[in-house]
Design a protein around this ligand. Structure first.
Ligand code: PMP
Length: 351
């Protein structure tokens, strides 16, 4: 077997891909997608692009989209990189900034793709355990040999680390790149993007898959010092000089231009999250204080695995975790109010 295949690690599948697409009879709360459609302006922009320009290659530099994203954070396009979903941006970042032989650090409980990428690119890693209350042990990330990557808010715990903690980690790794994966940041307090001009070793990665309702379009991005962005562009160019197609470029740009729609749909999800968390607590769950579009909860007596199975039989899909450090927890994506009512109704019948 070639080395490449022997180092590949299969991702744990939350579901069989395609199996649940467009099914009206199930409540899909297992992959942290947004229950609301994207802004109507996204469809308009993509249709316009389709009518006008599909016969032409897209911009290899994606300048317009990078400028639009940068503007939101007070950055220039030289400080923004775009890719096919943040999974691809993260893969390029592993290649660009982490080295074989120099162990990187990430939380023991965090996004399941980090160890997959580390193994794929031959990068050794140290997993830092969370505290008992699931918060980050901030000082354990100081002075890493090879760099740091962590999600904020963390997945699957949903907990947010205050910016001062993130800044302390960046400051205490002056010669290494610190990647903050902010897939869920728009449901939380504030982004570390405000620290980019202060620290040239900070890379902030975000996605349009969650708060902008564009998981199907595959647009992720990274923000950082122009030298970091240039390194990512070089890696990308060696695979594919185009990366994003015309529809993705137009759709993502339109999503960033409709701030009012974005604000309304994220606020709606946050309000639903708070209501669902309170209801789950009344039903005997310990619910972590979520800053994401999902909640992480453990019932005082019922097993998470059996709740997951019984909910699935009733057409409600969630995820359960039975791993060291996060034993017996359910992760529930926040859907529409109607979906959450159906979920809570089924849960009450089961408990
Ligand atoms: N980071 C985290 C923490 C995630 O949970 C996810 C998606 N589940 C991603 C990155 C990747 O998102 P995408 O590739 O859709 O941008």
């Amino acid at each position: 077997m070639s080395k490449f295949w022997s180092t590949m690690v299969k991702r744990t599948e939350p579901y069989v891909p395609g199996e649940q697409d467009n099914r009206q009879d199930i409540v899909k709360l297992n992959t942290n997608e947004n229950p609301y459609p994207p802004s109507p302006k996204v469809q308009e922009a993509m249709l316009g692009e389709m009518k006008r320009s599909l016969q032409l290659y897209p911009s290899p530099t994606a300048d317009e989209l990078r400028t639009t994203i940068g503007r939101r954070y007070g950055l220039t396009k030289e400080e923004v990189f775009v890719g096919n979903g943040s999974d691809e941006v993260l893969a390029f970042s592993f290649m660009a900034f982490f080295e074989p032989g120099q162990p990187i650090r990430f939380p023991e409980v965090s996004y399941s793709f980090y160890p997959v990428y580390a193994k794929l690119f031959d990068i050794p890693y140290e997993e830092v355990p969370l505290s008992e209350d699931f918060t980050l042990q901030v000082e354990q990330f100081f002075q890493s040999k090879g760099g740091v990557i962590l999600p904020n808010p963390n997945a699957p715990t949903s907990l947010y680390a205050e910016l001062e903690h993130i800044e302390a980690i960046v400051k205490n790794n002056p010669d290494q790149v610190v990647i903050i994966d902010e897939a869920y940041i728009d449901f939380a307090i504030e982004s570390a993007a405000s620290l980019i001009r202060k620290y040239d070793n900070l890379l902030v990665v975000q996605t349009t898959s969650k708060s902008r309702s564009l998981a199907g379009l595959r647009v992720g991005f990274a923000m950082g010092n122009p030298a970091l962005i240039e390194a990512l562009i070089r890696i990308k160019d060696s695979f594919n000089s185009y990366t994003l197609d015309r529809l993705a470029l137009a759709g993502a740009k339109a999503a960033f231009e409709d701030e009012a729609y974005f604000k309304e749909s994220t606020e709606k999800i946050i309000a639903t999250r708070e209501r669902v968390s309170a209801t789950l607590e009344q039903l005997g769950f310990h619910v972590l204080p979520s800053q994401a579009n999902f909640v992480f909860a453990s019932h005082e007596t019922a097993s998470a695995e059996s709740l997951y199975k019984q909910l699935k039989e009733e057409g409600v899909l969630v995820r359960y975790f039975n791993k060291p450090g996060i034993d017996n927890y359910l992760r529930i994506t926040i859907g529409t109010d109607e979906q959450m009512e159906r979920f809570v109704g089924k849960l009450k019948e089961i408990l």
